[in-house]
Design a protein around this ligand. Structure first.
Ligand SMILES: Cc1ncc(COP(=O)(O)O)c(C=O)c1O
Length: 394
């Protein structure tokens, strides 16, 4: 038993990133390391008023057990929102989850057994990799360029393996900030549909778009009963309310609801109502606009600082939205090795290797441009550039 437990736990052990964030939290660091949104922009006053109203008028339903599928008006509201994105959605296609992280885990739990293959971009979202790891799967990874996942590589991989799941982050991917192009979305949708392969599309950052036009979800581009699409209020309202969702075929969603019931009965009754009221009162578009304005300024501040201070051998992505951008260091330089030197100078980031499920990416670095205070961004990037120059051959 001990060995079995140890093997399971090793696969899901606390990531170096969480440890790093803990170590540097509250310290005197400029941190580009966290995965967090800017807390100064949370709509706390509106949420307090809404909570007060709900608890005053709602006959205590908000404090009662609820349906595993989620608060019905919220499911309707999410379905309407998804129709606007081009998905054929009614409330029956929507399961409310405790953050979209739970949706990723539920889909993985429903589909994956030990030894199964998951096809995914490399790098990819760390907590999804950890969720999949807990089912003891193997990965076939697909390289990325500035248009997202390499679909020629996807086609080749599909010819030589039978994955149980394709996992992708189409918008402003965590960790790279890269967006999958319209043409490639179509290709991914067609390839998955042609072979009836389940596809899990994690679209946590959809609303945080600073440039360009929104692109359709892959799930809207081809008939595929096995297409799942996740979203969240974490990036638009606040992550602490833990309200997200998964869209899929109505019958499959009903079965995922059963799995969810086993896990936590249902998501938080109060915060589902809070999210719903926030949306029903028409507050979401204004909040998204407010966030996008602030985050765009921070992204631009980071891009300008990188342009000014990085040596020519360092490259970085130019995200159209989201929270992260990704640096590629000169050959031979290593993000893990750079980190202690950067910390000595007072700046922290996440080395990119941990986002690569099959290894690689040692010379990459993830930077969060939304969580540090605006005034720290230029200084932090200057310190990082000095560290790169002083420790490498740049
Ligand atoms: C890409 C991505 N997907 C999903 C999540 C999970 O978010 P939540 O569970 O708060 O909805 C995150 C959180 O950082 C994320 O970056």
């Amino acid at each position: 038993m001990e060995t079995h437990f140890a093997r399971r736990m090793q696969r899901v052990s606390a990531s170096a990133i969480m440890e790093l964030i803990k170590t540097t939290a509250g310290g005197n660091f400029i941190s580009f390391a966290s995965g967090l949104p800017d807390p100064s922009l949370f709509p706390a006053r509106e949420l307090r008023d809404i909570t007060d109203d709900i608890l005053t008028r709602d006959d205590n339903n908000a404090l009662q057990y609820g349906a595993a599928e989620g608060f019905a008006p919220l499911r309707d509201w999410v379905a309407q929102r998804l129709r606007e994105r081009g998905l054929k959605a009614t409330a029956e296609n929507v399961l409310i989850t405790s953050g979209s992280q739970q949706a990723l885990d539920l889909v993985a739990r429903a589909l994956l057994d030990a030894g199964d293959t998951v096809l995914m971009e490399s790098p990819s979202y760390l907590a999804a990799i950890q969720a999949f790891d807990s089912y003891e799967v193997n990965y076939v990874t697909l390289p990325m360029d500035e248009d997202g996942m390499d679909t020629a590589a996807l086609e080749k991989a599909l010819a030589s393996c039978s994955p149980k799941l394709i996992f992708t982050l189409p918008n402003f991917q965590n960790p790279t900030g890269i967006t999958l192009s319209a043409e490639r979305r179509q290709r991914v949708a067609e390839l998955a549909a042609a072979k009836d392969i389940p596809i899990l599309e994690d679209d946590a950052y959809y609303d945080l778009r600073y440039d360009g036009e929104p692109l359709p979800p892959i799930a809207s581009l081809a008939e595929n009963r096995w297409a799942f699409y996740t979203g969240t209020f974490s990036k638009t309202i606040a992550p602490g309310i833990r309200v997200g969702w998964v869209y899929g075929d109505a019958d499959l969603i009903a079965r995922l609801a059963q799995l969810k019931q086993i896990t936590d009965l249902h998501s938080n009754s109060l915060t589902q109502r809070i999210a719903y009221e926030f949306c029903a009162r028409g507050k979401l578009p204004g909040q998204i606009e407010f966030l996008c304005r602030a985050y765009k300024e921070k992204r631009d501040a980071m891009l300008t600082a990188l342009q000014h201070s990085m040596p020519p051998s360092v490259r970085w992505t130019h995200p159209q939205g989201g929270m992260f951008l990704f640096l590629t260091l000169p050959d031979g330089q290593d993000g893990d090795a750079l980190l202690p030197h950067a910390m000595e100078r007072g700046v922290v980031f996440v080395p990119g290797a941990s986002f690569h499920p099959n290894g690689g990416g040692a010379n990459t670095v993830r930077l969060n441009f939304v969580s540090p205070p605006h005034q720290d961004i230029e200084r932090g990037i200057t310190l990082l550039a000095q560290t790169i120059v002083s420790t490498g051959r740049a």
